[in-house]
Write a protein that binds this ligand. Structure first.
Ligand code: UDP
Length: 338
């Protein structure tokens, strides 16, 4: 099979590409590197069935051509990360709403199956945990930038489901909960890569707020497995499905796990939300998915335990540092012999 992954040079996209290639499938990646990175896909570039196109989903002609070439479109291109959303709300809304419409429109002309990535952010500040797909979404006021992300992804979901209902475009909407693993960057605010870096640097681990807010961290391999299983059941078309782990941990608890797994002496620094993000920032207290629907459709539920997830993230970071140090040494060597 041939697949197009928009946003394929991002963290999740690159893992999805890897899994599809290892099945023997052909993969086209369309990414403008706005938040993705060539580094994420460098190891795939030499593969015969891997094609990388550095461009935007707003290039309609190119998008149409790539959709035409593919059997399935994975739409992962989006503005992600709470920090990015708070700092660049216009870009968030434009990329998420306009971009998704372009992808759905192009796919609809050729009736190609679209798997579109949504987020647990759409549940907003609902306290009805665990979150079920048919639960109400509870968002804050439009004057608070954070909610623009949730609203934009909710519009994406409405769009995708409308294309299915009205134009018979086959779509699957996956609501991804906190997904973590090697190659995720901390640049856009994601907590685990930041904690891992801080622990390895023996720098303070920055816990925002009291640290009593909780999340469930899902290994990206489980996320990819869930997506691929949903794709192959045929029963997920026109459905919205949560994908996430159900192992809940407070952010303070996560800081301790990271310290323990790295053997770091980093102190824990508690940073008020208004300093970490912006005045009036609202965080979600708990975020736990109900994955019954995923399990019913696929017979699978994410299960990689947190210590293993943390170890993989830390090992990746250590590996990157060792490689960077070796490169720096190589570069310095000729100068030293002059
Ligand atoms: N967080 C933190 N320190 C950081 C980055 C994030 O305490 O350096 C917190 C953040 O406020 C949130 C949780 O960790 O409560 C998860 O943040 P992330 O941005 O990874 O995901 P999301 O907020 O989308 O769940």
């Amino acid at each position: 099979m041939r697949h197009l992954i928009t946003g394929g040079a991002g963290f999740i996209g690159s893992h999805l590409a890897e899994a599809l290639l290892s099945r023997g499938d052909e993969v086209f990646i369309l990414d403008d590197l706005s938040t993705g990175s060539v580094e994420n896909i460098r190891h795939l570039k030499a593969r015969d069935r891997f094609h990388y196109i550095f461009d935007s989903i707003t290039n309609r002609h190119l998008l149409a051509e790539l959709v035409d070439e593919s059997d399935v479109v994975f739409h992962l291109a989006a503005a992600v990360g709470v920090r990015l959303i708070v700092e660049s709300p216009v870009r968030t809304l434009e990329t998420n709403v306009f971009g998704t419409q372009l992808v759905l429109d192009a796919a609809s002309k050729k009736k190609k199956l679209v798997v579109t990535a949504s987020t647990s952010e759409v549940y907003g500040k609902s306290d009805k945990v665990p979150f079920r797909e048919d639960a109400d979404l509870v968002l804050g006021p439009t004057t608070t930038a954070r909610w623009s992300y949730a609203a934009s992804k909710a519009v994406d979901e409405f769009l995708a489901l409308s294309y299915w209902k009205e134009r018979k475009l086959p779509v699957i909407v996956v609501r991804l909960f906190n997904t973590v693993g090697p190659r995720q960057t901390g640049r856009y605010g994601m907590v685990l890569p930041n904690f891992a870096r801080q622990a390895l640097d023996a720098a303070p681990i920055t816990v925002f707020g009291t640290g009593q807010q909780s999340r469930c961290f899902c290994d990206v391999r489980d996320t990819v497995e869930s997506i691929l299983r949903l794709l192959s059941t045929g029963k997920a078309i026109g459905e919205v499905v949560n994908i996430g782990s159900t192992q809940e941990i407070s952010i303070e608890g996560l800081a301790h796990v990271v310290k323990q797994r790295t053997g770091s002496n980093s102190p824990i620094a508690y940073i008020p939300y208004e300093k970490a993000y912006e005045p009036g920032f609202e965080d979600m207290l708990r975020r736990v998915p109900c994955v019954d629907k995923l399990e019913k459709l696929t017979g699978f539920r994410p299960s990689v335990p947190l210590p293993e997830i943390v170890d993989r993230v830390v090992d990746h970071l250590r590996g990157k540092r060792t490689a960077a140090a070796a490169t720096a040494e190589r570069m310095a060597a000729p100068a030293a012999s002059d």
